[in-house]
Ligand binder design. Structure first.
Ligand code: 5GP
Length: 190
């Protein structure tokens, strides 16, 4: 998606260690007009899939997921991050390792909001190592819901997450795919 690539090129800041800061329009301050266009693009890509639920993870995925949900006319469920394993039977849980933040946490979704009747589109801001997306996919599988696919804003294609998830047969659509990036040479898209 040219609009997003241009914005990343213009306002994204590449940090040491392969981290891209996009706080000015996506991860802290949010450009809702841009999110609207991203939502429309996800709706175009997944048209005809009868998506009836969007699943994301707190916090950064929620804004994008909401604008996408408006296009699909469906609710958003966001997985909550929890430091403690929830042993109650009323939630689906899985584990996510955050390489960016250097910690592991559990994610939980109430069984009331993710069921076998759902046709789920997962939305997230970034795809890097694939741990967050894997955790969300596990929740969908455990709920016996149908996974339509995953819509990602920015995929760091030089990291293994995208290939790993696609090799599992999951349809992953990323609006901007970064081939390489460095502090010295900037950002190159696929
Ligand atoms: P993964 O689990 O695929 O390694 O990473 C997914 C999550 O890590 C995303 O939801 C995002 O919060 C965060 N993340 C990974 N890489 C980056 C990055 O380069 N920049 C930012 N802002 N977040 C990232």
């Amino acid at each position: 998606m040219i609009l997003l690539e241009e914005r990343v090129r213009r306002d994204g800041i590449v940090r040491e260690g392969g981290v891209l800061k996009v706080d000015s329009f996506l991860n802290h301050q949010m450009d809702i007009r841009l999110f609207e266009e991203m939502g429309k693009e996800f709706a175009r890509l997944f048209a005809g899939e009868n998506v009836n639920k969007i699943l994301t993870i707190e916090a950064s995925g929620i804004g994008i997921a909401c604008l996408a949900a408006r296009e699909f006319g469906c609710p958003v469920v966001f997985a909550k991050k929890s430091r403690t394993i929830n042993i109650a039977g009323d939630v689906w849980t899985s584990r996510v390792e955050s390489f960016t933040h250097g910690r592991t946490y559990d994610i939980i979704v109430s069984k009331d909001y993710l069921t076998e009747k759902d046709r789920v589109l997962i939305i997230d801001d970034f795809l890097a190592m694939g741990s967050a997306l894997s955790g969300l996919i596990t929740l969908v599988e455990d709920a016996s819901a149908t996974l339509v696919g995953a819509g990602i804003a920015i995929e760091k294609a030089f990291q293994p997450g995208g290939d790993m998830i696609r090799s599992r047969g999951v349809r992953v659509e990323s609006l901007a795919r970064i081939k390489s990036m460095s502090v010295e040479n900037g950002i190159e898209f696929c």
